[in-house]
Design a protein around this ligand. Sequence first.
Ligand SMILES: Nc1ncnc2c1ncn2[C@@H]1O[C@H](COP(=O)(O)OP(=O)(O)OP(=O)(O)O)[C@@H](O)[C@H]1O
Length: 266
Amino acid sequence: MGDTVKRHGADTQQPVLAAKNVVRRFGGLVAVNNVSFDVRAGEILGLIGPNGAGKTTMFDLLAGSILPSSGEIYLGGVPVSGEAAHRRIGRGLGRTFQIPRPLPNLTLIENVMLAAQGQTGERLLANFLTPWRVAAEEKAAAKKAAELLELVSLNRLAHEPARVLSGGQRKLLELARVMMADPAIILLDEPAAGVNATLLEVIIDRIRDINESGITFLLIEHNIDMVTRLCHRVLVMASGELLCEGTADEVARDPRVIEAYLGGAA
Ligand SMILES: Nc1ncnc2c1ncn2[C@@H]1O[C@H](COP(=O)(O)OP(=O)(O)OP(=O)(O)O)[C@@H](O)[C@H]1O
């Protein structure tokens, strides 16, 4: 796990992840407008809002794929706004994408192993000088990858090429891949999109299990049933701004939220 962020129970006062007055402009468009929020250790926080609200831009800012025009992002209390995405992964931030793209011809287990952080085998000189250490690390990574595939209910397919997977199974594989780096918090981008009803239940159960093991989640999701069942708290964005926050039931009844969705649909 990253040094910066501890799993919940270690320090419940400090938010795992925080945005303070974050602004992101694309030319004249303000995609994220002065947004502030905390993600508390151990929670599953939902991020919802109509199309174009700024949710994906917010994820890109949190993960470090893009930098804010102003404002600050904190990971475990440490300011990280200027840090590259891979540094934030090292600090305990994991992220999945709406459309996962595993390497189709590699097996599931190989795909998960590829996500391992800082393997000695990646460094040529170390590989040459300490081959026994590389072999031991590879064995440990294979064991961990197998356990993670079991955790996401894909162990049966561990030695199949990733190309055989359905869209929903790719989401589960993506979850296993992200877990390989021992994240403290995982940003999930639309885990329910394009997933059939049976697999959706598996995904909900697995996210719940992983959360109960101590990992915090922030998830963008349009499937309100999933949000209601999983999220302890929900943030609503519209037109780049944070409109309100509360439980799923509270925000669903909020007239500003209803208005934002009706406006977006018009
Ligand atoms: N790279 C970019 N260049 C210019 N405009 C962008 C860029 N990325 C996003 N935008 C604009 O920023 C606004 C917010 O987009 P964003 O994708 O963050 O919304 P969203 O809430 O994730 O929407 P959806 O639910 O449809 O994915 C939109 O008006 C979008 O067109």
